[in-house]
Write a protein that binds this ligand. Structure first.
Ligand SMILES: [Zn+2]
Ligand SMILES: [Zn+2]
Length: 393
């Protein structure tokens, strides 16, 4: 066992108890007040300085004192509005809030990585920027970028990882190109003219227009987009009307457009622009008006080819085998894309599924849990990634 691996393995108990502590006290996006204080406390205790960014975000720069590039290591901090199921001894104590995506583990792994790197200053040249980011679930990275997280010192490359229950423990997924999807959120009002259901000809029915919209936009996925460019349009909310015999004035719809390809979200070819065109045309056909707002919540996450190659090399070393590395893409979205669209970046999926340990529930499920045996591997990916990227020449 190499000395770094040995040092990390000795901290296994610490990384597990940190993860459990964060798991017990989850906080929602931009309300990670206690979480932020605990992170600051830990970093200051090991002799690092901290700076607040965008409210609850924390940045800590560790300078080796030798010239070299600046690598950013990022962990997200927020939990979800989910009531935790089961009765784990470290179950959430904040009713209705739960770390159901693994961000508790991300904080713990990066904190312990910072501790290990702090004691190995002689092994690298350049700077490491540890970033603890709020509100990943609603694109908090945008705010971090606006508040200058990539500047001062200027970041040259970024690395991040996500605990992933779709992959078995002991395996990782590292690909280049698009690895996670873009996400646009739409809200729409279809406006007609209310009336009596006995006399629909006197009214303009927004219900039939809405039904037609739901059907028609499916053609974006199946007829307009290249089959090699996965696109998923889903309606998550449909509301309208008060009573069985009244034609309502309007129907309200909400949903998501996800796409696993690097298409300009504002360009004419984008799924959202095609979606809007069809919605408007269908409304017009039914004599309705429609108001549509589209919010680009996440751009697709694209891994830089060189950075992905570098990460594969590091992962092969961490797991003592290149055979544990899979390639793959996931259509869920991640605001890490806000960093990797600006500087070369790599996002690694760290498998944590183990049926026997019940750590194979999907992310965002009330029973979501992780296999804590993989935590030291996550720490090692951060540490060895930084040491390899910042290797003195
Ligand atoms: Zn999530
Ligand atoms: Zn997540």
């Amino acid at each position: 066992m190499d000395p770094i691996q040995k040092q990390i393995n000795e901290l296994e108990h610490e990384v597990i108890s940190l993860r459990r502590e964060f798991h017990m006290f989850p906080e929602l996006g931009f309300a990670e007040f206690e979480t932020a204080v605990k992170i600051e406390h830990y970093l200051r205790n090991i002799g690092l300085t901290t700076k607040r960014v965008a409210g609850t975000g924390i940045v800590s720069v560790f300078d080796s004192g030798r010239p070299g590039p600046c690598l950013m290591l990022r962990a997200d901090m927020d939990a979800l509005p989910i009531k935790e199921a089961g009765d784990l001894p470290y179950k959430s104590k904040n009713e209705g809030v739960m770390h159901a995506c693994g961000h508790d583990a991300h904080i713990a792994m990066l904190l312990v990585a910072s501790k290990v790197l702090k004691t190995n200053k002689d092994l690298f040249a350049g700077k490491i920027k540890f970033v603890f980011q709020p509100d990943e679930e609603v694109a908090g990275a945008v705010k971090m970028v606006k508040h200058g997280v990539l500047e001062n010192p200027k970041v040259d490359a970024v690395m991040g990882l996500h605990i992933w229950s779709l992959i078995p423990s002991g395996r990782v997924c590292i690909s280049s190109g698009v690895v996670m999807g873009g996400l646009d959120v739409f809200k729409m009002k279809v406006k007609g003219k209310g009336g009596h259901t006995g006399y629909p000809h006197e009214a303009i029915d927004p219900v039939i227009a809405a039904a037609s919209i739901i059907q028609s936009v499916q053609a974006v996925q199946t007829r307009e987009m290249d089959a090699q460019k996965p696109t998923v349009i889903m309606f998550g909310k449909l509301a309208g009307g008060e009573k069985s015999n009244i034609i309502p004035e309007e129907v309200y719809l909400e949903g998501t457009i996800r796409f696993l390809h690097d298409t300009d979200p504002d360009g004419p070819e984008s799924p959202s622009n095609r979606f809007v065109r069809i919605c408007k045309s269908v409304c017009q056909a039914h004599q309705c008006n429609c108001e549509i707002s589209i919010e680009h919540e996440n751009i697709p996450l694209v891994n830089d080819e060189k950075m992905a190659g570098f990460a594969r090399k590091v992962a092969a070393d961490v797991f003592n085998s290149p055979d544990i590395i899979d390639a793959g893409q996931y259509i869920a979205s991640e605001d890490f894309s806000e960093y990797s669209s600006r500087i070369p970046g790599v996002f690694i999926f760290l498998g944590c599924a183990n049926k026997d340990k019940k750590s194979d529930f999907p992310h965002h499920n009330p029973s979501f849990n992780i296999d804590e045996d993989v935590l030291t591997k996550g720490v090692e990916l951060h540490v060895k990634g930084a040491l390899e990227f910042l290797r003195p020449v």
